[in-house]
Design a protein around this ligand. Structure first.
Ligand code: PLP
Length: 397
């Protein structure tokens, strides 16, 4: 019955989900406190109280047929206007509501924009390690994902190989900063250089190459590091934003797409994206949560807990002899496996009931991802296990 295109998806069912299932299995045998599950990127910091209050107030104050009704496929005009004004204030941009389309999280923003621009055979370039769903999203519209090799010294993008990988079929580039899985944040300098490469390559290709900035982790940046606003560095940029992590609302599926006026054929791209939102089957972003966002426009989760986790885990793991670039954002640590084959390392971790995700799940073998969006206590409890793992792997402190 199922389509040929679905068959590889069934076979490659996410390693992250499989680890999560394994965590549940081990917890049922040894007890939840004896299992250290670092596999999922599910925020553990609660949404701000104002979110809960906004939900209550909206339900109390607004008419139910309006709250739960359909609206324009792009979302509520006043919500989009509030977002545009907030971005203008924060980043000195000049967006209007026409530049904003409400989406069902960043995942749907990515699908909407890819559906809008891709013809079969078009290529989309991204940098390893990357969120593996990009490949699926691009293939949804018969495009091909082209991957730039990881620059394992710093995990900043390798712009030389990037320039080499862009060709006449390149229609778009996806970047993700702060990055899942490395926690790396792209600097202004990096974005300027990336923009210059794209200007040059667009001229050579004879068509504009769209830069798609996937930004679910924008608000999760530590030590005061700046996360530059990408539309300022290259005019053909669209932003896929999400409240999944910034307000800890991943299950509510709410985000937005920014399509600036500077994008080539902006009006047509925007009109296409609004239709794509409908025909993909999202129709519109969740109504109640659009309203919540409007009331909580200046809120974000308290990232102190993530920062504490980041510091504890980074310091302890490096003390035990593990190697990793200190993350500046998101809530992941990308740790070098002591063996070339990281599945051997994952198996040793599992022996100590520590669940991590193999780097191959992000097209970067030889590494593992540790999600530190867990309780501080879980990290503290897991440290003796990490120390034993380090000893078994022959690492020296
Ligand atoms: N992009 C990246 C890099 C992610 O890590 C995720 C989710 O973890 C998404 C997109 C999807 O986010 P959303 O929940 O907003 O659809």
């Amino acid at each position: 019955m199922i389509a040929e295109k679905m068959k590889p998806l069934l076979q490659n069912n996410s390693a992250i989900r499989m680890m999560f299932e394994e965590g549940k299995r081990l917890a049922s045998i040894y007890g939840a406190n004896q299992v250290y599950d670092f596999s999922l990127g599910n925020p553990n910091v609660p949404a701000p109280d104002s979110v809960r209050q906004a939900i209550i107030d909206i339900l109390d104050e607004e008419e139910s047929t309006l709250i739960h009704g359909y609206m324009s496929n792009a979302g509520y005009e006043d919500v989009r206007e509030t977002i545009a004004q907030s971005l203008n204030q924060r980043f000195q941009t000049s967006f209007r509501m026409e530049n904003i389309i409400m989406t069902v999280g960043a995942a749907s923003g990515l699908n909407i924009i890819l559906k809008t621009i891709l013809n079969p055979g078009d290529q989309v370039v991204t940098f390893a390690p990357y969120f593996l769903e990009y490949g699926n999203y691009v293939r949804n519209y018969d495009g091909e994902l082209v991957v730039v090799s990881p620059n394992t010294d710093s995990f900043q993008p390798d712009l030389i190989e990037f320039a080499e990988k862009i060709g006449s079929k390149t229609k778009a580039v996806i970047i993700n900063s702060p990055n899942n899985p490395t926690g790396v944040v792209y600097s202004r300098e990096t974005l300027l250089q990336l923009g210059e490469v794209l200007e040059k390559k667009s001229r050579e290709a004879g068509h504009p190459i769209l830069l798609i900035s996937d930004e679910p982790y924008r608000e999760l940046a530590y030590d005061g590091v700046e996360v530059p606003y990408v539309t300022k560095y290259y005019k053909n940029t669209v932003i896929c934003y999400s409240y999944s992590k910034s307000l800890s609302l991943p299950g509510e599926r709410i985000g937005y797409l920014v399509i600036p006026d500077s994008v080539t054929d902006a009006e047509q791209v925007t009109a296409g994206a609004v239709i794509a939102n409908r025909v993909i089957g999202c129709v519109n972003a969740p109504s109640l949560f659009q309203r919540v966002i409007q009331r909580c426009i200046n809120e974000k989760v308290n990232i102190e807990a993530y920062d504490r986790n980041r510091n504890l885990l980074y310091h302890k793991l490096t003390e035990y002899g593990f190697q990793c670039v200190k993350p500046e954002g998101a809530f992941y640590l990308f740790v070098k496996s002591p063996f070339d084959d990281e599945s051997e390392f994952c198996s040793i971790c599992k022996k100590y009931r520590v669940l991590v995700v193999p780097g191959s799940s992000f097209a970067c073998a030889g590494y593992v991802r540790i999600s530190y969006c867990v309780s501080y206590e879980q990290i503290e409890r897991s440290l003796p296990a990490f120390e034993k793992i380090a000893a078994e792997c022959g690492l020296v402190c």
